[in-house]
Design a protein around this ligand. Sequence first.
Ligand code: NAI
Ligand code: OAA
Length: 340
Amino acid sequence: MPKAVVLGAAGGIGQPLSLLLKASHLITELSLFDIVNTPGVVADLSHIATPAQVTGYLPPNDGLVNALKGADVVVIPAGVPRKPGMTRDDLFRINAGIVRDLAKAIATTSPKAFVLVISNPVNSTVPIFAEVFREHGVFDARRLFGVTTLDVVRAQTFVAEVQGDGRNAPNVTVPVVGGHSGVTIVPLLSQSQPPLAANTSEEKLKELTHRIQFGGDEVVKAKDGAGSATLSMAYAGAEFAFKVLRALGGEKGIISPSYVHLSADANGGGVIHKELGRPVEYFSAPVELGPNGVERILPLGKVTAYEKALLEAALPELEGNITKGSEFITAAAPAKPANL
Ligand SMILES: NC(=O)C1=CN([C@@H]2O[C@H](COP(=O)(O)OP(=O)(O)OC[C@H]3O[C@@H](n4cnc5c(N)ncnc54)[C@H](O)[C@@H]3O)[C@@H](O)[C@H]2O)C=CC1
Ligand SMILES: O=C([O-])CC(=O)C(=O)O
């Protein structure tokens, strides 16, 4: 039975996420790391009568390494959240260095673990992980995931509301693709199941799209300086982690959107490149999960002219975010000695 690790476990997301993981019977070991307050979170969770045995670690010494030893799945909500007026990209300055250091520790301690990145800006932090893993010779695109599940969870909820039956949200499916910030979040509402009413006005579609793209801002605004989504993110992060764990356990046919390096797929994301009309390195798309991680990236399928325009609007920002993340590592790498 697998060991799950949470890095940033004492934070706004980390605590409820750790609770949901502790409550799950899919894991037997839950290892928590944060730079502060881990002992209290561990003492609290460890009284819950579920199988997972909880251990906690702090820096300095080998806290992080010990937390990561033998990890099968590492979930990462470490880093600062937004305040009103900030974009996710504004978090790069602080969070890029945090995730780089966590990536180095994973690369050396648990290079085979499945890595689930929540820390923002996801569009850039996932490329940071990939480049650190590449530098250490352990990059496997099938095992690195940007968690975009909250966008899907929001889309389910908001579409169900528009359909007049909020209680049906769990049965609604909406693919949300692209990235995880503003216009890079592209809901494919034409593929909603159950479908939106045929007479849904263009205005309503635009409103719904905007609400899914900027749902995070609603929470940042409501929290008024006290952070961003934590509880809904913990729910979404746990939901995705459970899917990964079930696939790891051999369950077949599990599909979930996730932000991945397109080389994770046997054909290198070729189908999606063709659909988008240009190559892009990372993209959130529905992926089929298996015991080795990504088994297959599914095509986006039929999109409307409106959705095609959304995809076109998403790509320049997404590509900029990807380059920024990758170059944070590659530009800092010492030059290779010339081949004399
Ligand atoms: N992917 C997504 O859909 C979402 C991502 N987020 C992002 O998740 C991140 C965390 O958000 P919150 O939990 O609300 O923030 P928070 O500030 O409440 O918690 C962050 C935790 O990370 C810890 N931390 C900082 N540096 C660390 C390090 N080097 N190693 C381990 N832990 C470290 C802090 O001590 C803190 O406990 C933010 O970057 C936020 O933007 C938030 C919501 C949704
Ligand atoms: O909005 C934020 O900064 C946090 C986040 O990623 C989300 O809620 O989708």
